[in-house]
Design a protein around this ligand. Structure first.
Ligand code: CTP
Ligand code: MG
Length: 235
């Protein structure tokens, strides 16, 4: 599988199996990616699921796939799409080396639907299709950090002061230096992600949260300003 992806990238041809070196240098192993694209995009309200909305002639989903295809250590991609669009998206993705799964009611459910199709990966990235401009270097950074961490998330510093508010009244102002805004792809050792993902939990908003609850350290690496999530028409 590794070999075939690298052949697609056209970087074979030297004498002593150059396709293995990038993988071995970092000690990293087979990395799969779950691209969650099954949300309806209710806040964007574009009339089609958010991941299918086009920017610059390509869907948000396709932007993500194009970037991921340049990250050679990603050897399997599962795209999770709205169940009602499974056939249409599968047809649109024909010819690209991806598996397609039908998503669930929440992002958390959709991640589990993707997880069910991952075979043999030792590390798994979970990425939002709603973040189409995350640069490849962030993917590389997350995969690199998985060499010595079980869970890795990319994040950027928070620029605004954040307050906790209840019933229109401030109840707390957390120290800003300790706050970050979390992006994707989030990376995990496959066994760690699978173990954390047992059972439905409506409060879970990202995968790291499940792993944190299991008492596992989640390492933070630098995200990117381009890693922002498209949520509203303004975005
Ligand atoms: N997602 C998913 N399955 C769901 C809900 C969300 O795969 N049931 C995915 C979205 O497609 C998106 C990512 O999770 O790539 C982040 O979710 P969000 O930005 O909230 O997207 P939507 O849920 O589609 O948007 P909204 O909340 O405005 O409806
Ligand atoms: Mg949502």
């Amino acid at each position: 599988e590794l070999r075939s992806r690298h052949q697609l990238h056209g970087d074979l041809g030297d004498d002593d199996e150059p396709w293995t070196t990038g993988v071995r240098e970092t000690g990293a192993s087979v990395t799969a990616m779950i691209l969650v694209a099954a949300g309806s995009g209710s806040r964007l309200a574009a009339g089609v699921p958010k991941a299918l909305v086009e920017v610059g002639g390509r869907s948000l989903l396709q932007h993500c796939l194009d970037t991921a295809s340049t990250v050679e250590r990603i050897t399997q991609i599962v795209v999770v799409v709205p169940a009602a669009h499974l056939r249409e998206v599968s047809a649109a993705l024909a010819g690209q080396a991806v598996d397609v799964a039908a998503g669930g009611d929440t992002r958390d459910d959709s991640v589990r639907a993707g997880l069910a199709l991952i075979t043999g990966a030792e590390q798994i990235l979970v990425h939002d299709a709603a973040r189409p401009f995350v640069p490849a270097e962030v993917f590389e950074r997350v995969i690199d950090a998985l060499t010595d961490s079980e869970a890795v998330i990319p994040a950027v510093p928070v620029v605004d002061t954040i307050k906790r508010v209840r019933d229109g009244v401030v109840i707390d102002t957390p120290v800003r230096d300790e706050l970050v805004a979390v992006q994707t792809p989030q990376g995990f050792r496959a066994a760690t992600l699978r173990a954390a993902h047992d059972g439905h939990d409506p409060q879970v908003t990202d995968d790291a949260m499940r792993v944190e609850r299991a008492g596992i350290a989640v390492r933070v690496v630098a995200g990117s300003p381009q890693g922002f999530k498209i949520t509203t028409p303004f975005d």
